[in-house]
Design a protein around this ligand. Structure first.
Ligand SMILES: Nc1ncnc2c1ncn2[C@@H]1O[C@H](COP(=O)(O)OP(=O)(O)O)[C@@H](O)[C@H]1O
Ligand SMILES: [Mg+2]
Length: 1002
């Protein structure tokens, strides 16, 4: 501890420290002391007199703090320490309110950070302040005197703002906040600086345009980027029970401490389906960094794409990875590399598309030397685990299928990329179409075509919709419903654009496809080969081998990969992996090679078969074996299952009746076509039957319960792509399932449409459990057609708002079978209370309504109470974790006095106090139905509990009363005990005795 005596003993040492550096060092100590209010403004003015020797100023400072006592002395030592370390940190944590009502005070309390921010922008800020009339020319000139360094100029400007009461302080506070975070280097090494600037300009150039840039349009990421929903994934089981809706995170918070699973790990994982925007998210991150707008804690960012990395056959080290496969330092390679090793916390590596890395994640082979070469898979796995470049941050993106439990063990944070929200879709379309009216019309079209709207949550689909806006807005026929419809539409769009104007009639079915058939087949064959060999980028040599020529490339489906190999010719890749799958499907459907066995494999109930070796040895890095040539289709046996699933769905869509004409036009004989259609139908319906029948028989007395197996959702989606009612009916004929569970299955609106398309043909009603998915309001709309076969619908944790619930209720009222609705943990507010009340009032057989963890307040509860009054069937009502408060509880209690059926009521965690308790007590006196009342986590206190005890004395029905966490002392407990003596029905009363001396005991 620093006492004044110890301080005095250190005095000469402290003086030495204060004068050892430049005036800059001394002034930054003053900055800290001012910001902590150790020095008053008067003190400060006395210490910043120009022309005084630094040693005199230092001694004066020591005297000043000495006079402030032991606290002042301690603060001085701390300030010296801060000033020493802050010259090594690039950015001081700086967060101030730019609209603070006391700007001068805030300028002072954030002074060290503000000086640092202002440092390289003083000139510009001075000009601006002068233009706005905050300072005079004379004052400007004074600050600009050549004797001052940049930071001294910054301080002079702040000093001026403190004494001028003309709004300068407020202006600075606002303006400085917007300045980019400075790049303060702790070293002045020219080689490093040069390398950083090369890296920045390279990444800036690479990240400026979107990857779907195809020469026909110029999509600037900056103009088009729309926020994507990023949810923090908490470890199942560790999630707190009271956790509200899944926590979302802005991209800029990626490296904050929120949601961390493991502090020691360096790797962040972003998981999302194909087309959910993973690559674009990374691209945005790169751009924000390269343009100096964010993530400036990193001095070096190295972007990698797994699909490109996996092509590296030669052994490589960290050094060759960074320098030869990303950015080459033209000067001082050794110094630069040493700096990276010495400061790993200033380095960020991003790896896009781990699902496209054909090697599995493994922790078997440890490699710790940054200079020794090893295989690319060992290198990547060791980087992710932190055996190499420990403390350097790594961001990895992947589709869900490639994420193993082993990989999860080395994660610092896992995030789920959910795609665009509904507002996101609108915003995106408005950004794409700034010309008046177009975006409005597109949005109207989407709202009217909910199947298409549902697909648009995937950004890649939104992009396609935006791209085909003319076809969508002007075409006469209906809007596309399925993914296949949409991909055919964009195919037509590209083919039309590649044709000379006026040379072809509109529409795919009018010769357009036939004219380009050879090109499409070549591209399709390339796609199949790529999928089969897990190859998603194609070198010039590969293209040549596949006979893909410039004419095929000019159609626009192949684009240049954003090459990270300096100097190398950028390879080509499909616009998006879904396009590669679509072309593969197109090829299969048109080629003579589509055998019944391939159809069976694609539509298998267990998902397409993956390589036996890879399945047997998942933890090892097993490269896929080269297959001997067994026909194009046979190649697909080695493809990644998640790509085959997408391909299968497109194949089903292309084989649908609706698109039969197109295939006929492409010279597929009618007989072959009919055979293939029949084959696909047969396989699909057989697989679904197999799926349902492989489930063990139900326990006697219980409904048969099914949890969907992997691949089930894709089977259903494939069936939907075919759009054949009869097939859907057949698929579920004779199905006897009481409860279909699809929890944590990535069910979004598109999957909901497919589920409803199939399930609505069920003969017997069942419970449909869709907890923990991303159904959303649009998904709810998609589910409506199957509502009439649902006995119960569980939609816990699905991002549903009032709009979705109102739509749901509108239909539910007419669905005789539906008796239970669970909407726990969504975004419901009082806005849906009227609908729910109507449901309660109108549906005579409704049994359970669970609305926990939403945002319903007293007003909503009052409306619900009205519904309850008119209701005679409800047995379970869950309102846990809302905010109904005393008034809400009163309204519900009054409505329940004479209610004849409600057996279970939860009002846990609802801000209910003694008034609410009183009303509930009165209800208990009269009510003869309620068996369990849960009131934990409220503020009942003894007064409330005494009322409840009175109610209990006159009640002869309640069996369980839960009162934990309600500040009940022995007074309340005594009242309860007395009541229990007079009550014969109660079986269980739970509460915690609260001892007001902080220590609560049971
Ligand atoms: N946040 C976004 N803002 C605007 N467009 C996006 C966004 N995310 C994705 N896109 C569009 O969707 C396309 C596919 O996204 P991509 O990032 O390649 O998905 P993924 O890598 O998950 O398969 C992009 O090329 C782009 O056109
Ligand atoms: Mg991607």
């Amino acid at each position: 501890m620093c006492t004044q005596d110890a301080f005095q003993a250190q005095r000469s040492q402290l003086v030495g420290l204060l004068v050892s550096g430049s005036l800059e060092g001394f002034e930054s100590v003053l900055d800290w002391l001012l910001s902590w209010e150790v020095l008053s403004w008067e003190d400060y003015e006395g210490l910043s007199l120009p022309g005084q020797p630094l040693s005199r100023l230092a001694r004066r400072l020591l005297d000043t703090v000495w006079n402030k006592g032991a606290w002042g002395c301690e603060q001085l030592v701390a300030a010296v320490r801060e000033a020493q370390t802050d010259c090594q940190a690039p950015e001081l944590s700086s967060c101030w309110d730019p609209h603070s009502p006391q700007p001068a005070r805030d300028l002072q309390s954030h002074r060290p950070a503000i000086v640092r921010r202002l440092y390289s922008h003083v000139e510009g800020v001075l000009d601006l302040a002068w233009e706005h009339g905050f300072i005079s020319q004379y004052e400007c000139d004074e600050i600009r005197l050549p004797i001052f360094t940049s930071s001294q100029r910054a301080r002079r400007l702040l000093d001026l703002a403190t004494v001028k009461a003309n709004g300068l302080a407020a202006f600075l506070l606002r303006h400085v906040q917007e300045l980019p975070v400075p790049l303060a280097l702790p070293f002045e090494d020219a080689a490093c600086k040069k390398y950083m600037s090369k890296l920045r300009s390279m990444i800036s150039a690479q990240s400026r345009f979107l990857s779907t840039y195809d020469g026909a349009e110029n999509l600037c990421l900056e103009e088009i980027y729309t926020e994507n929903v990023l949810e923090i994934r908490t470890e199942a089981g560790l999630a707190e029970p009271l956790q509200k809706n899944p926590a979302t995170l802005g991209l800029e918070e990626l490296f904050s401490s929120r949601g961390r699973l493991n502090d020691d790990a360096d790797t962040l994982l972003v998981v999302g389906e194909a087309g959910s925007g993973k690559s674009t998210l990374l691209q945005r991150l790169h751009l924000l960094w390269a343009s100096g707008r964010n993530f400036q804690e990193f001095l070096f960012v190295f972007p990698f794409s797994c699909r490109q990395l996996q092509c590296v056959a030669k052994p490589l080290s960290v050094r060759t990875l960074l320098f030869e496969h990303c950015c080459w330092p033209d000067l001082g390679q050794q110094d630069v590399f040493q700096f990276l090793l010495d400061h790993p916390n200033r380095v960020l590596l991003t790896f896009d598309g781990f699902d496209e890395f054909r090697f599995r994640f493994s922790d078997r082979e440890r490699h710790c030397s940054p200079t020794d070469p090893t295989s690319v898979q060992t290198l990547l796995c060791n980087l992710l685990q932190g055996n190499l470049l420990k403390s350097a941050r790594k961001v990895l993106t992947s589709r869900p299928a490639a994420v193993s439990a082993l990989l999860r063990k080395c994660l610092r944070l896992e995030l789920c990329l959910k795609g665009f929200s509904e507002e996101g879709i609108e915003l995106y379309l408005r950004k794409c179409h700034r010309e008046p009216g177009v975006a409005d019309r597109l949005i109207r079209l989407l709202k009217a075509t909910s199947a298409l709207h549902g697909l648009c949550h995937l950004p890649v689909v939104s992009w396609m919709v935006s791209r085909c806006h003319q076809e969508l807005l002007w075409r006469g026929g209906g809007s596309p419903k399925t993914s296949t419809d949409l991909y055919l539409l964009i195919l037509q769009h590209f083919l039309l654009h590649a044709s000379p104007p006026g040379s072809v009639p509109c529409g795919l079915g009018s010769g357009l496809l036939r004219g380009r058939l050879p090109s499409l087949l070549r591209l399709g064959r390339l796609a199949v080969h790529g999928l089969g060999t897990c190859c998603y980028v194609f070198s010039a040599k590969q293209l040549q081998a596949a006979h893909v020529g410039p004419e095929d490339i000019s159609l626009g489906f192949l684009v240049h990969a954003r090459s990270v190999v300096p100097g190398g010719a950028a390879p080509l890749e499909f616009l998006h992996i879904t396009f590669q799958c679509f072309f593969a499907a197109l090829y299969l459907v048109l080629s003579a090679d589509l055998s019944p066995s391939l159809l069976r494999q694609l539509f298998s109930c267990h998902g397409p078969r993956s390589s036996l070796l890879a399945r047997l040895l998942p933890p090892m890095c097993v490269p896929r074996p080269e297959r001997p040539d067994g026909g194009d289709a046979a190649l697909l046996q080695e493809a990644e299952p998640h790509n085959l699933q997408i391909t299968a769905a497109f194949l089903a869509g292309l084989l649908s009746r609706e698109h039969g004409g197109l295939l006929a036009e492409c010279q597929v004989s009618e007989r072959a076509l009919l055979q293939r259609q029949a084959g696909a139908r047969g396989c699909l319906s057989r697989s679904l039957h197999e799926h349902f029948h492989s489930i063990p028989a139900a326990v006697p007395g219980e409904a048969k319960s099914v949890h969907a197996m992997p691949g089930f959702v894709w089977l259903i989606r494939s069936l939907y792509e075919m759009q054949e009612e009869r097939l859907a009916r057949e698929a579920v004929r004779g199905l006897k399932v009481g409860h279909l569970k699809l929890t944590f299955c990535g069910v979004g609106p598109a999957e909901c449409a497919a589920l409803a398309f199939v399930l609505r043909h069920l003969r017997r009603p069942m419970a449909l459990q869709l907890d923990h998915n991303s159904v959303g309001d649009v998904g709810v709309e998609q589910l409506l057609p199957c509502l009439s076969v649902c006995k119960a619908l569980y939609l816990r944790d699905n991002n549903i708002s009032d709009r979705g619930v109102c739509k749901l209720v509108e239909h539910a009222i007419h669905c005789q079978q539906l008796q239970k609705l669970a909407l726990f943990n969504n975004k419901l507010t009082d806005g849906c209370a009227h609908s729910l009340a109507r449901l309660l009032a109108c549906k005579r057989n409704f049994l359970a309504l669970r609305l926990g963890n939403n945002h319903i307040t007293a007003a909503g509860a009052q409306v619900l109470a009205e519904g309850l009054r008119a209701n005679g069937s409800l047995q379970f009502l869950g309102l846990w974790g809302n905010k109904v408060g005393d008034e809400g509880a009163q309204a519900l209690a009054e409505a329940l006095r004479d209610h004849q059926s409600l057996r279970w009521l939860s009002l846990v965690g609802n801000n209910i106090g003694s008034r609410g308790a009183q009303a509930l007590a009165l209800m208990l006196e009269k009510n003869v139905a309620l068996e369990e009342l849960c009131l934990e986590e409220n503020h009942l206190q003894d007064e409330g509990v005494c009322s409840l005890a009175k109610g209990l004395e006159r009640n002869s029905r309640l069996k369980v009363l839960k009162l934990s966490n309600n500040y009940i002392t022995y007074l309340g407990a005594e009242a309860l005990l007395r009541a229990l003596e007079r009550n014969d029905t109660i079986l269980e009363v739970c509460f915690q005795l609260w001892v007001p001396t902080e220590n609560a005991s049971r």
